[in-house]
Design a protein. Structure first.
Length: 327
């Protein structure tokens, strides 16, 4: 293990995701196990520029494994994407004696990490944390499992009202560029239809399907819409359906940022812990410029250049299954 890495910085960047705290905890305690120091950086890359750092000891991360969000805070930082901003950040990294960096976030966060590595040769590894589950190089990202459980719980409750009043609910979930949340929650909740960016769905076909469902005496329904669906938002799609099926009583629910919050599930806590440990192992093995992921139960390393430019492919067979099981 390289002795030159004695102090490891940790930051969370981009959108928060349940399990980020569990990942921070794993990095801190693994670093301490290997007789290294851990330094927390507040508010992501903005904290690097503003020199907001604090030592993290074992007790600093006690009881955080069950907490949602990130106690290190997060932010968007346009200033970091200027040469001057990165120069200031690197100066503060140097002044703090930080020898390597662990970045917990999504592909945008990894692009920032790659710039530090390329311009200043700083050893950096990334841990994928985003509820969208769209990062290439890992089967699942930290936060995804918690998010879909939140969505399913909400849909189960909406189903009670839909059944009681013969309503068709259009439920908008997060996933502007990827339909993982919509598809998984659709299968788990038994939704009647799913609209995702990866599969174009014609409004006329959707209306025909709803009419066919009604002829089977199904008087209510749940339509899940990923926020990035080409046909528009759930509000827009519900309006189009209402124009074609005026006798249908429709409602729209946008779940929004509630999907990001809450205590992480067991799966997210375990995944975050394994990836956090793997991040420190990778740094101390001389690895840099990579994201730590898990595929088929094994830790894998994916170069930032791939993690930032490729996306997880949604299994179209699962979309077919969702449709078959809704019939």
């Amino acid at each position: 293990m390289p002795e030159k890495i004695k102090r490891i910085g940790i930051l969370t960047s981009g959108g928060d995701a349940p399990g980020m705290n569990a990942a921070i905890r794993a990095v801190v305690r693994t670093a301490i196990f290997y007789h290294r120091e851990a330094i927390g950086i507040q508010r992501g890359y903005c904290g690097l520029i503003d020199n907001k750092t604090t030592p993290l000891l074992s007790h600093s991360v006690s009881k955080v494994i069950s907490l949602g969000g990130t106690f290190l805070k997060s932010s968007r930082c346009p200033q970091f994407y200027t040469p001057e901003g990165r120069a200031q950040a690197m100066q503060n990294i140097s002044n703090a004696g930080i020898d390597a960096l662990v970045v917990i976030g999504g592909d945008g966060s990894f692009r920032g990490a790659q710039l530090l590595m390329e311009e200043y040769k700083l050893p950096v590894v990334g841990i994928p944390a985003t509820i969208d589950n769209d990062i290439y190089g890992t089967d699942f990202t930290i936060g995804f499992d918690t998010a879909i459980n939140t969505v399913v719980q909400a849909i189960d409750k909406l189903r009670d009202t839909a059944d009681s009043h013969n309503l068709v609910f259009f439920v908008e979930v997060m996933g502007r560029d990827a339909g993982f949340i919509a598809l998984f929650s659709s299968i788990a909740s038994g939704a009647e239809a799913t609209l995702i960016p990866e599969v174009q769905l014609d409004i006329d076909k959707l209306c025909s399907y709803l009419e066919w469902e009604r002829r089977k005496n199904k008087t209510s329904g749940i339509i899940i819409v990923a926020e990035g669906e080409e046909q528009g938002s759930a509000v827009e799609i519900a309006r189009k359906v209402k124009e074609k099926l005026p006798d249908y009583d429709t409602r729209v629910t946008t779940l929004g940022h509630v999907q990001r919050g809450g205590a992480p599930t067991c799966n997210d806590r375990v995944l975050a812990s394994i990836l956090g440990h793997g991040a420190v192992d990778a740094l101390l093995d001389g690895k840099t410029g990579i994201m730590i992921g898990q595929r088929s139960g094994q830790i894998v390393h994916t170069p930032f250049v791939e993690a930032c430019t490729r996306h997880n492919d949604l299994n179209k067979k699962w979309y077919e299954i969702a449709h078959i099981l809704s019939l």
